[in-house]
Design a protein around this ligand. Structure first.
Ligand SMILES: Nc1nc2c(c(=O)[nH]1)N[C@H]1C(S)=C(S)[C@@H](COP(=O)(O)OP(=O)(O)OC[C@H]3O[C@@H](n4cnc5c(=O)[nH]c(N)nc54)[C@H](O)[C@@H]3O)O[C@H]1N2
Ligand SMILES: Nc1nc2c(c(=O)[nH]1)N[C@H]1C(S)=C(S)[C@@H](COP(=O)(O)OP(=O)(O)OC[C@H]3O[C@@H](n4cnc5c(=O)[nH]c(N)nc54)[C@H](O)[C@@H]3O)O[C@H]1N2
Ligand SMILES: [Mo]
Length: 798
């Protein structure tokens, strides 16, 4: 990999911070505050290890984490501590060592920071001034201490009492002609208790408008898996990793996003399990890993090789690749049958547990190899090699992340992945299964307890019965639909339980236009972010306790519960002194809004906020699987929700696991763009750097990919650079090729020559969200296609 910085050593436009013009390109304030000169340099070490430790120390210093809060780090993911807000990877319940992870520490340090955003801070800055700051700068100001309301006269936020804030919200909600004119966003950090109370309030208010971060994340998993295996969740437990002999990792970068997963993969590799990465990039952390949990490995500078094979499809090519694997399995099985040899397919499983296999196999036999090879970008020899590894595996786990879920064909891809796993009975037995790796630490739990824009009638029936009301029956709006309806003036109020709606979402300039049309925007939040600035005509910021903080209600410290990626539900107790005396818990805020809006005749909202065990009782009453909730969370590690598919019970219309047939799609937005502009059209994936948590930018490095002090980079293949007549170190603007006549641009990106398949390029999110068209979405999932956007690169005039 090669690259360079701008000739003068800094990014162009850096001067703007000292005055001059601000960068509001395409309506987005660029993150280009360079603390040091941008530097591109390959990373030669194993992932984690001492490099990670150094960064942990730097983070604690930078965040000015208060003395006693250091202790917090050592109670993370321990039985009596709190659940790490970093990611949804499960905890080793019996872990004797402290489960240590660089990015978990960053997430905790960010919350435990000593810096504060006070009313005095808001008095000193207009919203227009704050808009000029980068997202990185906004994050650096620290924790918000008091509820604030926007004052249009001064263009500043000013303090407001909690009750007045609740009354303001109630006034707006009760003045709408129709409850569907409000939308209620959730980001996946909210606890089960907060999320349950929130959805109960919103449904009693009268709508299922629950846009949530999941709509942009694992929605394809949640919508895809029910079709094949009946349940939209993974089937494995952490213990299955101890028994697996083969692990396939699709479209995931665990060294950055789920570092504790690497510890698990390391154990697997050491046992001799075969690990394959299926990813256009050779992510460093899947090559070699030095475990911070193992002092000896740290001391001797050792590391463990993780993946033995790297299969590198083109962006969005996984569907064709998986269909190729399935076709090859059928070919091999046909040959084995003809030769009277051992069958390749698990015939017993197919017979006893599945439906539609014959039609599926016929479709595979008729499929063209040329098409599969071309569309996957993987040569036949490698498809065959992957198939051989898979077929040799007796116990195979498939893991996946955003590389599979943020495409147009993502639901079909999830179907194809489960088809492949079903062909050899790799679901519902020890050491094998489906392992979608979720992002936010409680995003899975949020959906379980009702954050769902398309609830089932059965769920609504039971909720309605438990609380004696008639819930709204029609489907609500997801994220993309919410933005579209705001633009039409139909949705007028947005309430956000966490998150950063304005920049996590696609098509930034249009989304901002939509948000600014709203009558009211409300954000329940910990830190300052762009969504507080890109506001409705009236706006509230409601600061809340974070998960790491002690939450005392009714004289008792309260715990909250979360569900991890493997359906384990456990309790989490905060340990830090709250960032301010004037914070309320998320639950208290939701209860306050509900009480002000609906009154407490039917539901004792404020009583729920006094004792969270009461909310858990209410969840037990309304949702399957939570029997004995309050008792069962007392056991160390909590309890697992029953997942029918992991017991080989198939909750599908046929009562069997279903094979689903899909053709390879030929008419895609990328192809249509190429028909217009030829091979100059690149497919852009937007992804995370090592130093960010979604829209929260901790620092400007991405060290495993060799990028320092700069986020506005774009990774391009050397041959493509030549073909385009561009060179590493030059600066380009990006433009989306889309069919609606709207210009979509993101400007000033440094070209970095990178080992990425031809025709594919990569850059960081959220800076690239202006390029993602609102209506470029996954089939069925309606997820923005953040990993496949057709773009053109234009050299910037010097
Ligand atoms: N530190 C940290 N931790 C996090 C987060 C964070 O931002 N920072 N975010 C959290 C959240 S909400 C989530 S959802 C997860 C996200 O975690 P990941 O699922 O790892 O998400 P991304 O960083 O977007 O990386 C996607 C990976 O998929 C690959 N990829 C891209 N397109 C394709 C494709 O078409 N096919 C294949 N096979 N691979 C592809 C990319 O090269 C990259 O390695 O992490 C969670 N944990
Ligand atoms: N282009 C592109 N877009 C993407 C993605 C991508 O890969 N590419 N990824 C998508 C994915 S996977 C996801 S999950 C979404 C993420 O979308 P969001 O979940 O909306 O975004 P986050 O950046 O995680 O939200 C961070 C904010 O949450 C608030 N916060 C932090 N902790 C707490 C808390 O404890 N309580 C409350 N109430 N607030 C808190 C803080 O104010 C912080 O600024 O983005 C999506 N957008
Ligand atoms: Mo996510």
């Amino acid at each position: 990999m090669r690259g360079a910085v701008h000739p003068n050593g800094t990014a162009p436009g850096n001067a703007s911070r000292r005055g001059g013009c601000k960068h509001m390109l395409s309506g987005v304030n660029v993150v280009e505050e360079l603390k040091q000169e941008g530097r591109i340099e390959p990373y030669k070490h194993a992932a984690a290890g001492w490099g990670a430790l150094k960064y942990v120390a730097l983070n604690l210093i930078k965040e000015k984490v208060a003395g006693t809060n250091y202790k917090t780090l050592f109670r993370q993911n321990q039985p009596d501590g709190f659940d790490c807000p970093g990611c949804a990877w499960p905890d080793r319940e019996k872990a004797s060592t402290f489960e240590f992870c660089e990015n978990g520490v960053k997430a905790v340090a960010a919350e435990a920071t000593g810096k504060r955003v006070t009313p005095a801070f808001f008095a000193a800055h207009t919203v227009a001034e704050l808009m000029e700051q980068s997202d990185y700068e906004l994050e650096q100001h620290g924790r918000i201490t008091d509820p604030m309301v926007y004052d249009p006269v001064t263009d500043k936020y000013k303090p407001i009492g909690w009750d007045d804030a609740y009354q303001l919200i109630a006034r707006h909600l009760n003045a709408l002609d129709d409850p569907h004119q409000a939308a209620f966003y959730t980001s996946g950090r909210a606890s089960n208790e907060a999320a349950f109370l929130y959805q109960l309030f919103v449904r009693m208010y009268g709508t299922n408008n629950f846009p949530d971060c999941s709509n942009m994340c694992h929605e394809a998993t949640s919508r895809g898996l029910p079709g094949t295996v009946g349940v939209g969740k993974g089937t494995v437990l952490l213990d299955d990793f101890e028994h697996a002999d083969t692990i396939l990792v699709f479209g995931q970068n665990p060294a950055t996003n789920h570092p504790r997963m690497l510890g698990e993969l390391r154990e697997c590799a050491k046992r001799g399990a075969t690990i394959v990465s299926i990813n256009p990039l050779r992510e460093r952390g899947l090559e070699r890993f030095t475990s911070p949990q193992h002092p000896l490995e740290m001391l001797v500078g050792g590391s463990t090789k993780i993946a033995s094979t790297f299969i590198r499809p083109t962006l969005g090519g996984d569907f064709a690749l998986l269909k190729g694997v399935a076709k090859r399995l059928v070919e091999m099985d046909d040959a084995a049958q003809a030769a009277g040899a051992e069958r390749v397919l698990d015939v017993e499983f197919l017979d006893a547990h599945t439906s539609n296999f014959p039609a599926f196999a016929d479709d595979l036999r008729a499929e063209s190899w040329d098409l599969l090879i071309e569309e996957s970008g993987v040569p036949f020899a490698e498809i065959d090699a992957l198939t051989q590894i898979y077929a040799k595996g007796r116990r195979v786990i498939s893991c996946w992340g955003m590389g599979l879920t943020q495409h147009k064909n993502s639901v079909a891809t999830i179907h194809m992945l489960s088809n492949v796993m079903m062909m050899r009975g790799n679901i519902g037995r020890e050491g094998a299964g489906l392992c979608p790796v979720r992002g936010h630490s409680n995003v899975q739990g949020n959906r379980t307890v009702g954050i769902e824009d398309k609830p089932t009638q059965a769920f609504l029936d039971r909720l309605g019965k438990a609380f004696d009301f008639e819930p709204p029956r029609e489907h609500g709006l997801d994220v993309v639909e919410t933005i579209a309806e705001m633009l039409e003036g139909k949705v007028k109020v947005l309430i956000g339980l966490g998150g950063n709606f304005s920049i996590a979402t696609p098509d930034t300039p249009r989304t901002w236009e939509a948000l600014r049309m709203c009558e009211l925007s409300v954000h329940i939040t910990t830190k300052l972010n762009r969504s507080h600035l890109v506001r409705g005509k009236e706006a509230l910021i409601l600061p809340t306790l974070g998960r790491t903080e002690i939450d005392v209600q009714g004289g008792h410290a309260q715990g909250v519960t979360v569900e991890d990626s493997m359906s384990m539900v456990h309790v989490s107790y905060g340990m830090n002194i709250p960032a301010s005396k004037n914070l309320q818990s998320e639950i208290a805020i939701v209860a306050g809004i509900a009480h002000a809006t609906l009154g407490s005749k039917k539901v004792p909202w404020l009583g729920y906020a006094e004792d969270y065990a009461r909310i858990r009782d209410a969840i037990e009453k309304s949702i399957d699987g939570f029997d004995g909730y309050n008792e069962r969370i007392k056991q160390p590690g909590g309890f697992r929700l029953r997942i029918a598919s992991s017991e080989r019970i198939w909750l599908t219309p046929t009562g069997k696991a279903q094979f689903i047939v899909h053709p390879v799609e030929r008419d895609t937005p990328i192809k249509r763009a190429q028909a217009l502009h030829g091979q100059r059209v690149m497919t852009l994936m937007t992804t995370r750097s090592h130093d960010q948590y979604n829209t929260t930018i901790y620092a400007l490095d991405d060290r495993y990919r060799g990028v320092y002090g700069q986020r506005r980079v774009v990774f391009v293949n050397a041959e493509d650079l030549k073909m385009l007549g561009l060179a590493a170190g030059e600066w380009v603007d990006m433009e989306t090729v889309w069919e609606d006549g709207v210009e979509r641009r993101a400007d000033r990106f440094l070209l970095v020559e990178y080992d990425i398949p031809r025709g594919c390029i990569g850059a960081y999110y959220p800076e690239t969200n202006p390029l993602v068209p609102l209506h470029s979405v996954g089939d069925i999932s309606n997820t923005p296609t953040s990993k496949s956007v057709p773009v053109l690169l234009h050299r910037r005039a010097a």
